[in-house]
Design a protein around this ligand. Structure first.
Ligand code: ADP
Length: 259
């Protein structure tokens, strides 16, 4: 009996921490959270054991996107146990810990500690942790690259020049920290009017693909600006989980990341 107990302790100690994929952008509102939720589901569908962390400490949105609002994580030996979300993806977000609508007035070090608690939670047999980063290149990003050493980063941008300049800044932060950039995703690329079918490019077209080529980084694909993507996301039903017209765009990105 003594021997059995020893083995259990050794196995717990040797359990590998999940590999981290940071999903980042230079600025907010470009679709980083939307992509993170869909990527988590797409990777799960590709056969990986995936967890999701909402590292947007001050503006968490994953609980809504992944339909896990109101769930409260339990704790075991001072570690948080993630809550269940869509399609069995375990996840953690500040939204599970603070009251909705309440502002967090935290300085950098406290936010860094919070990030640590979310990332170093009891992830069980999860092999890949998709981490939805806050926008920009601040304290949380630094804590992420220095303390948690992501396996790679995925950068989301709209095709617009201004967003791309900010994306380049985010890329340089990961490169300086020797975190490989897995590739760029262009979101909100092209809009097809649901009434007349006319295609237009509110934020330009192809900018992220050109920027990726210029920086020598892989281009992982583009997601159109589509009312269904916004509607489904708000309803906690990410397109990657279903068979709608946008499922394949997200799944194709997931397949490249999984490869
Ligand atoms: P970020 O995490 O970069 O701040 P979000 O993922 O929260 O961005 O997206 C910002 C808003 O744009 C949300 O309302 C989201 O539903 C919407 N959105 C994101 N991507 C698309 C898209 N491809 N088509 C339509 N709406 C989108």
């Amino acid at each position: 009996v003594e021997g059995v107990e020893d083995v259990r302790i050794v196995m717990t100690a040797e359990r590998r921490a999940p590999r981290i994929i940071a999903v980042a952008s230079g600025k907010g509102g470009v679709g980083k959270s939307t992509l993170s939720a869909n990527l988590a589901i797409a990777l799960q569908r590709a056969g990986m054991r995936v967890g999701l962390v909402d590292a947007d400490i001050y503006g968490p949105s994953q609980a809504k996107l992944m339909a896990s609002e109101g769930r409260k994580p339990q704790a075991r030996e001072k570690k948080m146990i993630p809550v269940e979300s869509l399609h069995g993806v375990p996840m953690l977000s500040m939204a599970h810990l603070v009251e909705p609508g309440k502002a967090l007035a935290w300085r950098g070090p406290m936010a860094g500690n919070a990030l640590g608690q979310l990332v170093d939670a009891e992830w069980g047999d999860v092999d890949v942790l998709v981490v939805d980063m806050p926008p920009g290149t601040g304290d949380i990003q630094l804590s992420m690259v220095q303390k948690h050493k992501p396996m790679g980063a995925l950068i989301v941008s709209t095709p617009q020049d201004l967003a791309l300049i900010d994306a380049a800044r985010a890329i340089s932060l990961f490169e300086q920290a020797q975190v490989p950039v897995i590739g760029l995703v262009e979101n909100m690329a092209g809009y097809v009017c649901p009434h007349c079918g006319e295609a237009s490019d509110p934020f330009g077209h192809g900018g992220a693909e050109i920027a990726a080529a210029e920086m020598g980084l892989p281009f992982l694909g583009r997601i159109p600006l589509a009312i269904d993507i916004r509607r489904q996301s708000d309803a906690g039903d990410p397109p990657a989980a279903g068979d709608g017209p946008h499922a394949n765009a997200f799944r194709a990105i997931g397949e490249q990341v999984a490869a």
